[in-house]
Design a protein around this ligand. Sequence first.
Ligand SMILES: Cc1ncc(COP(=O)(O)O)c(C=O)c1O
Length: 504
Amino acid sequence: MKKRKAPHLVESIPGPNAEKYLAQNEAFVSGSLPHVYPLVVKKAQGCIVEDVDGNRYLDFASGIAVCSTGHCHPKVVEAIKSQTEKLIHICGADFYDPQYISLAERLAKLAPGDSPKKVFLGNSGAEAVEAALKLARYHTGRSHAIAFFGAFHGRTLGAVSLTASKPIYHKGFGPLLPSVTHAPYGYCYRCPYNLTHPECDLACVDYIENTLFAHTIDPTEVAAIFVEPIQGEGGYIVPPAGWLAKIRALCDRYGIMLVDDEVQAGIGRTGKMFAAEHWNVEPDIICSAKALGSGMPISAMIAKEEVMTWPPGAHGSTYGGNPVACAAAHATLDVIEEEGLTENATRVGGELVRKLQDLQKSSQLIGDVRGLGLMIGVELVTDTISKQRAKKEVEKVIQESFQRGLITLPCGPNTIRFAPPLNITVDEMNVAYDIFAEALAYVESEMSEALRDLTSSLHDVAVSPDQPPGTDRRSLNYRIRPSGNTGDLRSFWVRGQETLRTAG
Ligand SMILES: Cc1ncc(COP(=O)(O)O)c(C=O)c1O
């Protein structure tokens, strides 16, 4: 039998070498970095990451959806090497750089829709978002912006004002940009109106017109609506059919710029080069980054030519569109096209979603499985009816997966994201799935044990079936009342005949 390269765990995690770096990090690195687990990386190739102690992991995070072509793809490495021998920096803002110009043309032609486009290159996702915000304001002469609850658009002051995924991103940094308002995202699993698609007629979009425009914002003051076509950091949420198109129509009615933030979803991840293509929407402005450079820092703000009306000097960047980063981006796009990576994302991602949905049928914790291509989220809940968020369990499953050699990341309050390189094989996906399923089962069995301990400590319990409307086929609801205690009524879900877990 062929021996697998990963996972291959030879040392404790963190191992002795990692421990040294962790101590050094503690002493010298900004405490603002969240660090999900103690992975100290030495090198990586394809979808395999090796730590400083020789442990090898399967990478289903790709440096947060960045290493689209896998780590150190030979063609990307070669493009970077050969460019560094010719020109490392010139400043595309003041001089003409063929790499910058040709990448701009390529992206302008790849972007969805028929309108001619122009491109500004930056170094990070946040820079693309800042550029979009400034351009939208400049072009429309309006100041207001609308974004969505759960959104993540970056951490610079303009971008973070649009961000609304966690309070930590705002706390202590105010006042933020004024005139930014948030609206509910198209999050059907937790519909803010308790409605069901398509009968809802996309009431969450109507909120912008019927509530915001009716009561607080005059639409003629709105420069842009910023939208992630699939919400990333907020929970890998795929909006329902028609949602993005309805926002497009709303923007058209009021002369508002539709800014499509594809920093996480773009460049092949969802099975299309740009995620907006899934819904046949042409945005006015697109923000791209992450996957574009396979790990080299580069971002792009792609706008309709008719929108890119700002004059020379209005915006620029010293490093943005650096020749080496542009060479990496060209090589990345070549690899995606030549190796059929959008098709691979659709095929392998579709298979992973099917397996996860199958796992959901027997899982106590999986509330929702969603995704397009290789942008897949698994939302965990402690109870499928109340949908109570299983935050601690998400953390545990991620840690247990990591200890078994699989790298994943959380997103939103209670979702696990799968964002592997776009060229993973079915075999690698199957291995990752098995590890995840094992980690999940381990956490579920821990929960069951804890609940068994709890119930055995409740002597003389009175159990009565209590099956509310909407109870799914996997669950039966029982109320268990500790005898003699009328106030402390606990509700447990009983799965099958043996698994108990709390819903409270
Ligand atoms: C949708 C989206 N926009 C913007 C950003 C910010 O990108 P960066 O961290 O490169 O500034 C991110 C980063 O995760 C993102 O997911």
